[in-house]
Write a protein that binds this ligand. Structure first.
Ligand code: FAD
Length: 533
């Protein structure tokens, strides 16, 4: 295969990709068999001249000869794709079926690989199946009526089900492509295989998750909803079983735990049972939303639709010299909405999501500041308490009914005659209540955001406009703790217990959590034989 990188093509060009390649590299003319578009990024730095930047794999006759004819070209090379390591099946006897805790991306992919190889996993998911869950979440958003076990954080598909379904990750690993191909097989759009910043959207994601569950069951796995692991039984430092809903015991010597970053009661239970864990940094702040065209025009200079492009994104960072902290945008959702994402009564949490079309007209993003054990304490569970404290303050400010506190940028920055929030300027449901967001953020977070906003306003025109709405609080950016594991991915302290995914501190986002789940399952299978009953 020939790999072409950095192929720059104006977005206005109408030719096929084959024509473009043959024009640029006439030595390939007549030899091309197939072109795989691996990546298509948008470069809008020199507006209005916007270009696509392609990475391509070209299957051709006489590949080596073509390269010889091309001479020295740094952007065109011969490429042999790296296959992920094959799955090796171990020999240690497994008397019982493995248990997978949680059915988010980590648990789902762990169960998928285990089931594919005949390990017949039992998945225990505290939340509900995706259809029931979607109704519960809808009711919560419309009425504020909250279900602690079926919400935006808990249920089939995990935390990312009600999301933009961005599949970007900073991790590189040969298995990521294999996982993406599975996602496409189960309903994700094919473009996720090549787009620079792929996304699925909550609408397609829900069907994909369901289809993957069905395949796991077809392969001999079992998926139980409304099944919370309430205890883990340990004998002589080794897992021997789990308790479900404080009522049932299932014997097992192998647990793959992908409980996510919001399973606070489960964290506590695992801590009591001796799972080694440490506090880790994360970030907190608020969610900001702009009319999408403010972002589009700033990024592209024109309406992106006129160029066949989707709603524009952004990524912002501000290093604050005064405090040494960093503020950044996180989980930016073009054409989406701000969503109530609580997983506990008495706390308001914000996040964002989009449909595949990204056409709501609202661009939203978390703007957060890093915090760490120096701010909240070094006990493994101190970060959880810290999150809870600010979520409770937001809840009380909002009127103790899941309405969220909100404020305009102008008012937050203390500007004279700052506007109030306009009815059409926010998307959070059930409602927002105007108040001072300083009251639900630590001072050292508010002050960094106050300096970051005007700085970002110089990068994106209108970003810090006085009427822009901010809603609090964004606290679940990543896990507040990490469960320590060794090189084989097993807990440092409990035999047969495999912490994985975001909640264990080994992932940040859908793709990295899915990868960690898959690789954890593969690590387990390299040790254990298939279960005997
Ligand atoms: P989770 O997805 O949190 O899954 C954990 C699962 O475990 C949950 O379903 C939970 O119910 C279950 N569980 C917990 N405790 C127990 C127990 N005791 N017994 C049984 N089950 C239990 N990431 C992106 O990459 N792109 C995005 O666009 C994006 N948008 C997001 C939007 C929102 C609204 C939210 C909340 C998150 C978003 N994220 C996004 C983050 C992403 O969802 C997470 O990084 C990812 O889901 C983590 O996967 P996980 O499997 O480790 O944990």
């Amino acid at each position: 295969m020939i790999r072409i990188i950095n192929l720059r093509v104006a977005v206005t060009v109408k030719a096929t990709i084959e024509e473009i390649v043959e024009k640029k590299y006439p030595q390939m003319k007549g030899h091309i068999q197939k072109i795989h578009v691996v990546r298509r990024a948008v470069d809008a730095r020199k507006k209005p001249n916007i270009v696509f930047v392609y990475t391509l794999f070209v299957e051709a006759n006489n590949e080596e000869q073509i390269l010889k004819k091309l001479g020295k070209q740094k952007d065109v090379t011969l490429f042999t794709p790296e296959d992920p390591e094959p799955v090796i099946i171990g020999e240690r006897p497994l008397a019982h079926r493995p248990i997978v805790m949680g059915f988010g991306p980590a648990g789902m992919m762990a169960a998928f690989y285990l089931a594919r190889e005949g390990y017949r996993p039992i998945v225990l998911e505290r939340g509900q199946d995706v259809d029931t869950r979607a109704k519960d979440v809808e009711t919560f958003w419309k009425t504020g009526s909250f279900k602690p076990e079926s919400n935006v954080q808990f249920g089939e598909g995990g935390a990312g089900t009600f999301s933009d379904g961005k599949l970007t990750t900073r991790v590189t690993h040969p298995r990521l492509y294999e996982i993406s191909k599975y996602f496409v097989e189960f309903g994700a759009p094919e473009e996720i295989l090549y787009k620079h910043k792929p996304h699925v959207g909550t609408d397609k994601l829900r069907n994909m998750v369901k289809a993957m569950r069905e395949r796991i069951i077809e392969w001999g796995g079992e998926v139980r909803f409304g099944a919370k692991v309430t205890d883990v039984f340990i004998e002589n430092g080794q897992v021997v079983g789990v308790e479900v809903n404080q009522a049932e015991r299932i014997d097992t010597t192998l647990i793959l735990s992908g409980v996510g970053h919001s399973a606070r009661d489960t964290y506590e239970m695992l801590y009591k049972r001796g799972v080694d864990m440490v506090a880790k940094p994360f970030a907190i702040g608020v969610r900001i939303e702009h009319p999408q065209d403010v972002i589009d025009y700033s990024q592209y200079g024109v309406d992106p639709k006129s160029l066949g492009l989707g709603a524009a994104e952004y990524s912002l960072v501000y290093h604050d010299k005064e405090s040494g902290r960093t503020a950044y945008s996180f989980c930016m959702c073009p054409g989406g909405q701000v969503v109530a994402s609580a997983s506990e009564s008495g706390g308001v949490v914000t996040n964002g999501m989009s449909l595949y079309a990204r056409d709501s007209g609202v661009a939203n993003s978390a703007i957060v500041v890093n915090v760490g054990p120096d701010d909240f304490g070094s006990h493994p569970l101190d970060g959880v308490e810290f999150q809870r404290e600010w979520e409770r303050k937001a809840y009380e400010l909002g009127g103790s009914n899941f309405n969220a506190p909100a404020q305009t940028v102008g008012s937050f920055l203390g500007q004279e005659h700052a506007p109030s929030i306009d009815a059409g300027r926010y998307s959070y449901e059930p409602h927002i209540v105007e108040c001072d967001l300083h009251q639900c953020l630590p001072d050292y977070v508010s002050s960094v955001l106050e300096r970051a906003l005007p700085y970002w306003g110089r990068r994106i025109h209108g970003f810090d406009a006085p009427e822009i709405c901010m809603t609090g609080v964004e606290t679940r950016t990543s896990s507040p703790l990490r469960m320590e594991r060794d090189d084989n991915r097993v807990s440092n302290t409990i035999g047969g217990f495999y912490p994985m995914g975001e909640g264990a501190g080994y992932a940040g986002g859908i793709m990295s959590a899915a990868l960690d789940g898959a690789e954890t399952a593969i690590a387990c299978m390299s040790i254990y034989a298939k279960p005997s009953n």
